[in-house]
Design a protein around this ligand. Structure first.
Ligand code: F6R
Length: 616
């Protein structure tokens, strides 16, 4: 989390401060509790920072009016220290000549801080980050140049970092370094070099990119980059590549229609993204499926929404005749598995491909136990794609809303494609049967399109529960993924306390809270769980629960016993029913969006959250 954007240029007409501020705004999804910019100007550091969002801080051009030749900025998601001025980045050393921004967490900062304080360094923040400029100050005091001082400093730090550093006396370069936190470089050869936490941040300025790998440091000069290995100090040859996606996705416009929020626009993109996902390259699908089939043990891991997509994928792969898969939250992976059996495969699911917990899980599995990593990732070139043995890229494209939804829909579609391919390779389904399922997945996109046309009906149901303080989401089997996703969305963007439970489990405790009017949302597709789910609905209904059910358009029995229903237009065929999880979840994502919007909340940037969680 946290967004970093910096630039160094020899182009006289490039407004440095304004360009950095605009870059930071494109990264605000990574954190938005405070922001700051540091520029090198005539041999000193000009520094401005404040708590709040960039748009408010820059009122009257507070950032844009800064003077300087080059520099960088930071938009923060607080980890160590409250979101106040002192803790906002950039941070400086005792001399005020070294400025630095950081994304990540330094685990041994308390020890380092004590040692530095004993040697006379003065700290002005509660952050872990502030040890960096002071360590660099010490090494520069010993006669090291800026790059070697950065190398020596990062070697003393345990944890994750993407950092950018400048020194007021070095008028023509700045230094970046990374370990387990993203940092990419953009370049206009001979003119300007950018560094940022992700590629889209500099995409309006250049399409030429360079990826800095873990344990590397780079010197950035105007239009020129040198990369060195941190361990050996050796220079590294590297590739520059052209980014081939566009920034259209970064506009709140779709098919000529203007949207108030990215989340709404991105929900409306889901049908086309699902169709794209069904077209996943056959070669990628084959090697992904075969790697899973060849394994003796298969695990699946992810965080948050991606984990719920992973749960759906686990069900689909097993139901279609693939291996049993053990699902483990990535933040629990290391503790849950002190040992891993030989010949294991870990499937990792992630939108960003940078989630620190996910990366920790797969590094652990691969480096300690030789597991193969198969990942389903949205961001091309992300750490996860580079670390995996097999990759399926999801077709969600750039996702701006912090609460992920089109990524979830494409992740499940991708994993269902894998499930179907395994079924075909194992002879559980014929080619024709698989073709019918593919058609059903395409039809699920049509179903969502129909729901979009009639989204007012979903909004109406949402308005019935807008005042609720607590809501249960119950489901069985595969549909639990949709229930969990619906509950998370409502919690994170509408700030309503929700809990998703396996419906059968609800009578073992949660039912104690049910009284007149307590809303209980059931995900009730007409699959093999349907009859048993009706029993659970009756248990809640007879205690006064307000029953809202998400049902197939042709449903009768659940409709009869529900107070309200959201109807999902699917065909009454096995194929349509078994692939209907995405439209069912979509209905709940849409409902959460309307509730948040109606409450006057910002669904794109929910409080305390960041899109890419790069701390453990
Ligand atoms: C919720 C949400 C998060 C992410 C989670 C994993 O709407 O967006 O729960 O799904 O932080 O992120 P990725 O998919 O980037 O690994």
């Amino acid at each position: 989390m946290c967004g970093i954007f910096g630039l160094i240029t020899n182009e006289q007409n490039l407004p440095v401060a304004q360009t950095i501020r605009e870059g930071l705004e494109r990264l605000e999804y990574r954190g938005y509790d405070s922001a700051g910019i540091a520029l090198v100007h005539n041999g000193s550091i000009e520094l401005r920072k404040k708590a709040g969002r960039i748009i408010d801080i820059n009122k009257d051009g507070w950032f844009d009016s800064m003077q300087g030749e080059f520099g960088f900025g930071h938009t923060r998601w607080a980890t160590h220290g409250k979101p106040v001025y002192n803790n906002a980045h950039p941070h400086v050393d005792c001399t005020g000549k070294i400025a630095l921004v950081h994304n990540g967490i330094i685990e041994n900062y308390q020890d380092l801080r004590k040692e530095l304080s004993l040697r006379g360094h003065k700290f002005s923040s509660d952050t872990d980050t502030e040890v960096f400029p002071h360590l660099i100050e010490e090494f520069m005091g010993k006669g090291f140049d800026l790059k070697d001082s950065v190398i020596s400093a990062v070697k003393m730090c345990k944890g994750a970092y993407g950092i950018v550093v400048c020194h007021a006396d070095n008028p023509d370069y700045m230094v970046v370094a990374r370990k387990e936190s993203p940092l990419v470089i953009g370049i206009i050869p001979g003119k300007t070099t950018f560094c940022a936490s992700d590629i889209p941040a500099f995409l309006p300025l250049t399409r030429e990119a360079i990826v800095l790998d873990d344990n590397e440091v780079a010197i950035l000069r105007p239009g020129k980059v040198e990369i060195y290995k941190i361990d050996s100090g050796e220079p590294k040859t590297f590739n520059q590549f052209q980014v081939n996606y566009t920034m259209d996705a970064a506009q709140k416009v779709l098919d000529g229609k203007n949207y108030k929020w990215f989340m709404h626009k991105e929900l409306h993109e889901v049908p086309r993204k699902i169709r794209d996902q069904v077209g996943v390259p056959q070669a990628d699908l084959d090697s992904f499926a075969k790697t899973i089939m060849d394994a003796d043990h298969v695990f699946i891991t992810a965080a948050g929404t991606a984990y719920y997509a992973a749960l759906a994928g686990k069900y689909q792969i097993t139901q279609f005749g693939g291996p049993y898969i053990q699902a483990i939250l990535c933040s629990e992976f290391v503790d849950a598995l002190p040992e891993m059996p030989p010949n294991s495969v870990v499937i990792a699911v992630s939108q960003s491909g940078e989630t620190a917990d996910t990366m920790e899980a797969i590094r652990y599995a691969k480096e300690k136990f030789g597991a193969k990593i198969c990942s389903v990732v949205n961001v091309v070139g992300s750490s996860l794609t580079r670390y995996s043995d097999e990759v399926i890229i999801t077709t969600a494209g750039l996702e701006i809303a912090v609460a992920s939804q089109k990524a979830y829909c494409t992740q499940i579609t991708a994993l269902t494609m894998v499930a179907l391919r395994i079924a075909e390779l194992r002879g559980r389904l014929t080619e024709n049967q698989v073709a019918n399922y593919h058609q059903a997945l395409l039809d699920s996109a049509d179903s969502i399109e129909q729901m979009i046309i009639e989204e007012g009906k979903i909004k109406e149901i949402g308005l019935k529960i807008i005042q609720s303080e607590n809501i249960y989401f119950l489901a069985r089997g595969l549909s639990q993924s949709a229930a969990m996703e619906g509950a998370l969305k409502l919690k994170e963007i509408a700030y309503i306390h929700t809990e998703a439970y396996a419906a059968g489990e609800s009578k073992h405790g949660p039912i104690a809270l049910i009284e007149d009017g307590f809303p209980v949302i059931f995900v009730a597709p007409p699959d093999q769980t349907y009859d048993r789910l009706i029993g659970n609905i009756m248990e809640m209904k007879s205690r006064g629960g307000l029953i809202i059910s998400v049902v197939a358009s042709f449903d009768e029995r659940v409709t009869e016993i529900s107070d309200y229903t959201i109807r999902v237009p699917i065909a009454n065929t096995i194929e349509a029913i078994e692939t209907s999880i995405v439209p069912f979840a979509f209905a709940l994502q849409t409902m959460a969006y309307f509730i948040a919007n109606e409450k006057g909340l910002d669904p794109d940037k929910p409080r305390n959250l960041a899109k890419s969680v790069t701390v453990k």
